[in-house]
Design a protein around this ligand. Structure first.
Ligand code: DCP
Ligand code: MG
Ligand code: MG
Length: 335
């Protein structure tokens, strides 16, 4: 049964493996699965006067999600439209997809087509027994050998990676990493570096487990989804949307700060259009701006707006930022 990953929000723990799943073009995929002859055609799903979603064939032809029907038809005259006002089939599909995923870890449902899973336990089991895993599966943000200060990098999709395969082997050999860990164990002035390497390993194994999970979902339900893997939910969710459709992306803990800093605050779950506007008035457009404002200012803003959104956003950001030690002060003021 779905339950909340309670302990996730409040602590910085690099040793956990969180996988976030989001079904690709969910309603459109559901409709195409029922009508295989539509597979290569642009398909949109309508509710009232909107195309609420469309398949990736239609997206490549210029149809965005949530477009007015007129606009979508203008952009893509061949668009096949299907009424999606009855949610019954989507709810049923959601249920079976969640059932498959929940076999692999503690599942928190985050909407009809999304779920976060804590897969640490299964990863740890494999970590101690696995001898075959020596690569990351899918895309990678970060660098396990990371000597360079700026370690934000994203693996290029190889020509072999397609919506069909959705997999890329990234050449970071486990052996090389283990050697590095051992040498660090001898030479590192702190054990933090070694722990960081171990966290990278866990995510490496996690990336293979997630590939298996996506494969199981597709085999057992027909649905394709994308996934993000990271040491917390916020990063895993953000990673999930980086390479869609039918792909997975892992963000290493050591890359988190560099990854988050340039992001628009709008990307933080819970920050909507209104909140984005309010923050802009305060000169806060990206996460980095938010890290610069004082905790006092953030508290005042949250109290003034009586906003759980801003609280959530601020907590998420502080959770991962260099001013994390101020988090407790912030919470004391707010709660
Ligand atoms: N949906 C909706 N109205 C919205 C947002 C979403 O009816 N304002 C429905 C249609 C989507 C489904 O929820 O198919 C899942 O939403 P997503 O945002 O995950 O979008 P998709 O799954 O369609 O596409 P993507 O491949 O980008 O995840
Ligand atoms: Mg989706
Ligand atoms: Mg979704």
């Amino acid at each position: 049964m779905a339950r909340r990953l309670e302990e996730e929000e409040g602590e910085q723990d690099d040793s956990r493996v969180i996988a976030y799943f989001d079904v690709d073009c969910f309603y459109a995929q559901a409709e195409v699965l029922r009508r295989p002859y539509l597979q290569d055609r642009p398909v949109g799903v309508t509710q009232k006067f909107l195309v609420v979603t469309c398949n990736y064939v239609a997206r490549r032809l210029g149809v965005p999600k949530m477009a007015p029907i007129d606009e979508a038809k203008r952009r893509c005259p061949d668009l096949v439209l299907i009424n999606g006002e009855d949610l019954t089939p989507y709810r049923a599909a959601s249920k079976i997809i969640m059932q498959v995923l929940s076999r692999f870890g503690t599942l928190e449902r985050r909407g009809l087509d999304e779920a976060a899973l804590d897969i640490t336990e299964e990863v740890r089991k494999r970590f101690s027994s696995s001898i075959n895993v020596n690569t990351f599966q899918g895309h990678l943000v970060g660098n396990v050998t990371g000597n360079a200060p700026d370690i934000l990098s994203s693996a290029e999709a190889s020509p072999a990676e397609s919506e069909t395969s959705g997999k890329v082997e990234i050449s970071q050999s486990r052996e090389a990493l283990e050697n590095r860990c051992l040498s660090l164990a001898h030479t590192a002035s702190t054990s933090a570096e070694v722990l960081r390497r171990q966290g990278d390993f866990l995510l490496m194994v996690g990336s293979h487990l997630v590939a298996e999970m996506r494969e199981a979902v597709e085999k057992e339900t027909g649905y394709r989804c994308s996934s993000g893997i990271a040491h917390n939910k916020l990063l895993a969710k953000l990673a999930c949307s980086l390479n869609k459709p039918n792909k997975q992306t892992c963000i290493l803990p050591s890359a988190a700060d560099n990854f988050l800093r340039p992001l628009s605050v709008r990307k933080i779950p819970g920050v909507g259009q209104r909140m984005e506007g309010t923050l802009k008035e305060m000169g806060i457009g990206i996460v980095e701006d938010m890290q610069r404002v004082s905790v006092q200012q953030l508290c005042d803003l949250a109290i003034e707006l009586d906003s759980s959104f801003i609280m959530h956003a601020v907590v998420s950001i502080l959770h991962l930022s260099s001013i994390r030690d101020t988090l407790s002060h912030f919470l004391l003021r707010i709660l």
